[in-house]
Design a protein around this ligand. Structure first.
Ligand SMILES: *[C@@H]1O[C@H](CO)[C@@H](O)[C@H](O)[C@H]1NC(C)=O
Ligand SMILES: *[C@@H]1O[C@H](CO)[C@@H](O)[C@H](O)[C@H]1NC(C)=O
Ligand SMILES: *[C@@H]1O[C@H](CO)[C@@H](O)[C@H](O)[C@H]1NC(C)=O
Ligand SMILES: *[C@@H]1O[C@H](CO)[C@@H](O)[C@H](O)[C@H]1NC(C)=O
Ligand SMILES: *[C@@H]1O[C@H](CO)[C@@H](O)[C@H](O)[C@H]1NC(C)=O
Ligand SMILES: *[C@@H]1O[C@H](CO)[C@@H](O)[C@H](O)[C@H]1NC(C)=O
Ligand SMILES: *[C@@H]1O[C@H](CO)[C@@H](O)[C@H](O)[C@H]1NC(C)=O
Ligand SMILES: *[C@@H]1O[C@H](CO)[C@@H](O)[C@H](O)[C@H]1NC(C)=O
Ligand SMILES: *[C@@H]1O[C@H](CO)[C@@H](O)[C@H](O)[C@H]1NC(C)=O
Ligand SMILES: *[C@@H]1O[C@H](CO)[C@@H](O)[C@H](O)[C@H]1NC(C)=O
Ligand SMILES: [Cu+2]
Length: 570
């Protein structure tokens, strides 16, 4: 069935059922159902079957946040260092909204020596490209002392994060959670919120980037669970910091929203003696499946429900850094603690052991066959366009650079894609890696492959994509097994080491949208392309005053401080 006719039939069905258009808010007595611990599938006039690509509630509610990006110091694992952060905390404040709310975030850059921008990862930005927060693509960087207001509608629900999209600043601490309340495919009693899995260095990210450019991925010092962990100095044997700890009450079902916010670490997440039910991949609710361990690539999210049904005791929660694709000095010691409220001992460290299936060290996605979207939507089996991309590493002047398809991506901070489009300058530079899609509502297939033994978590802005296939070895279109029928939909997929992935997306959102590898160093080293989707339509939607004034402030800062751009711009 064609995508649009599927949408149309869903819309018809539901308006028949309701007897009134959805946009008219009705008294609660006419609502379909009430969301409760024993029925998380419903959401007032909407529910888990609503096609959220097509419609969303209109709550009329605005959630307003003020973010101040500051340069300060912090000691997440007891070792003090410079951090760049939102309001001094790492992770920053969580954005919490309901499905259908409007979110407004006023960002002020109070740092002295860096520009900034805030990207709301996975948020579709439906017809609001200028709110996507990518320096050099959707805006000029926010200059020190300047502000930028991001406004977007939560047309999806679920879990994600926001982070700086300027330089490697996100991995110095400029990030935080996004929780959008809505229906779910599994029932739970308590929502514990976003739980960040990060890697962490005792040097700032710019120092690690220089190391990565010169000699490949650096070995990071540690990892954090929701911004905290311990660290043992091997020279002095002194342990600093503390573990993330949460308390369980027997019988309670907890929802946890896992986010991999690492610079360069693939994690396996597991809680000793507890099985989890996985209910969402990125912003897509799925048919729940049970597992002891979930494999999570950078930028990905998995929502899980954990039932407190083990013997009352203390248990380790583990974010195991997979050394098959990066090095960490503390790979097996990135731990949190789950304490049962009625355990005999509520202060000692757990003595629990990991599930045996958590011990395989590998950088892979969860098995595609497990990630079945609850809302079944087939991709077209006859794409309007198919594009092939080879992902390769190159050496330029002894510095590592990456390319995806055409060449190494470089965009200019002071001349973002949207400004170039706004000025009607269609002379795109070759390093801008422009992929143009001028026509609305077409299907694009992208075949992305690599012969390097390095996996890359590929993230697309402005869209969920369908994962048609994923494998290792050389991609062969006549033998690869691809499917369009209710395959995983998400916004980050792992391109396997020495392997391939085929994705499909639908051109339903005008804008300049990035697709890039989410490994911090690879983003900076140019592993990206950008989609120019329905240019004349997005130009017509742009706010020229905001565009111009942000760039004018940036230009003044660059001139005064002699700022030189030395990365890809994103
Ligand atoms: C996305 O924006 C378009 C254009 O304004 C609108 O027609 C459509 O309903 C929006 N989609 C959702 C899910 O709100
Ligand atoms: C962040 O700090 C600003 C003041 O600099 C304050 O107005 C705002 O409420 C804080 N925001 C949050 C989310 O804590
Ligand atoms: C943060 O402050 C340190 C000094 O404490 C300074 O060296 C560094 O340049 C500052 N970084 C930014 C981004 O302003
Ligand atoms: C950002 O600030 C750091 C210091 O905190 C500095 O090393 C780096 O060069 C700055 N980057 C840019 C692009 O301004
Ligand atoms: C993780 O930290 C964020 C930000 O402080 C907070 O909102 C969230 O609730 C924490 N998650 C858990 C599971 O405690
Ligand atoms: C946890 O599970 C292990 C087997 O994986 C079992 O030996 C152990 O007794 C369990 N611990 C508790 C406290 O139930
Ligand atoms: C605990 O609950 C999970 C999820 O419902 C289930 O898979 C598991 O078998 C239960 N374990 C015990 C020990 O009852
Ligand atoms: C048009 O854009 C290209 C690529 O960004 C740039 O090199 C060129 O200077 C621009 N032309 C004008 C007239 O601004
Ligand atoms: C792809 O597979 C077909 C069928 O097995 C084979 O004939 C063809 O040589 C393969 N192509 C490549 C490039 O390996
Ligand atoms: C923005 O600046 C351009 C010149 O770069 C000018 O043509 C345009 O009118 C300005 N737009 C607004 C809304 O000020
Ligand atoms: Cu990469």
């Amino acid at each position: 069935m064609h995508f649009l006719s599927l949408l149309a039939s869903l819309a018809t069905l539901s308006s028949v059922a309701l007897g009134a258009p959805r946009s008219v808010s009705s008294p609660s007595i006419f609502k379909r159902c009430t969301n409760s611990a024993d029925d998380r599938s419903c959401w007032g006039d909407y529910d888990i079957s609503t096609n959220y690509y097509d419609e969303a509630p209109d709550t009329g509610v605005t959630r307003e946040y003020w973010f101040n990006i500051v340069n300060t110091t912090a000691a997440p694992d007891g070792i003090e260092r410079v951090v760049l952060s939102i309001n001094g905390s790492v992770p920053g404040p969580t954005i919490i909204a309901d499905w259908g709310d409007t979110v407004v975030v006023h960002v002020t850059n109070s740092m002295e020596n860096n520009g900034s921008s805030i990207h709301f990862h996975g948020i579709r930005q439906n017809y609001t490209n200028q709110m996507d927060g990518v320096a050099s693509v959707t805006q000029c960087p926010i200059a020190p002392g300047s502000s930028y207001t991001y406004t977007w509608k939560a047309t999806q629900y679920g879990s994600s994060w926001y982070h700086s999209h300027f330089y490697v600043q996100a991995w110095d601490g400029v990030f935080g959670g996004i929780q959008i309340n809505g229906p779910a495919t599994g029932n739970y009693d308590e929502d514990l919120g976003v739980l960040f899995l990060n890697d962490w260095s005792h040097e700032t990210a710019d120092v690690e980037l220089l190391a990565a450019e010169a000699s490949g991925p650096p070995t990071l010092d540690n990892g954090l669970i929701n911004g905290t962990n311990t660290y043992t100095d091997t020279d002095t044997d002194v342990t600093t910091g503390s573990r993330f700890t949460t308390t369980f009450t027997t019988g309670t079902r907890y929802r946890i929203r896992l986010v991999n916010g690492a610079a360069d670490t693939h994690f396996k997440f597991t809680i000793d003696n507890h099985t989890m039910s996985v209910i969402a991949t990125d912003f897509v609710p799925i048919v729940p499946y049970s597992t002891d361990v979930v494999s999570i690539a950078m930028g990905q999210r998995y929502d899980i429900i954990v039932t407190a049904n083990a013997t009352s005791d203390n248990y380790w929660m583990r974010a195991i850094a997979q050394t098959a694709c990066s090095e960490n000095d503390n790979a097996d010691n990135i731990l949190g603690i789950v304490r049962y409220s009625d355990a005999a001992d509520t202060t000692s460290d757990p003595t629990s052991t990991a599930w045996s299936d958590a011990s395989t060290d590998e950088c892979v996605d969860e098995d595609m066959s497990l990630l079945v979207p609850y809302l079944a939507i087939a991709a077209s089996d006859s794409p309007d366009t198919t594009t092939d991309f080879d992902v390769e590493v190159t050496l330029d002047d002894n510095a590592f650079l990456w390319e995806m398809g055409p060449t190494t991506f470089v965009n200019q901070w002071d001349y973002p894609t949207v400004l170039q489009a706004y000025e009607g300058n269609d002379t795109w530079g070759s390093s801008q890696n422009i992929q143009e899609f001028a026509t609305a509502n077409t299907w694009a297939y992208w075949v992305i492959q690599t012969t390097n033994a390095v996996p890359h978590p590929m993230h697309l802005h402005g869209h969920d994509f369908w994962v048609l296939g994923q494998g290792t070895g050389t991609y062969n279109s006549s033998t690869a097994s691809l499917s369009v029928t209710n395959v995983p939909r998400r916004d980050v997929v792992l391109l396997p080491a020495s392997g391939w992935v085929v994705i499909a997306f639908y051109t339903d959102n005008p804008g300049a949208w990035l697709m890039h590898c989410h490994i911090a160093w690879h983003t900076s080293e140019g592993l990206a392309v950008q989609i120019l989707e329905r240019e004349s339509e997005f130009v017509a939607l742009m706010d020229g005053d905001v565009l111009n004034s942000t760039c004018a402030a940036w230009d003044a800062y660059v001139t005064a401080d002699a700022v030189v751009q030395d990365d890809s711009g994103i």
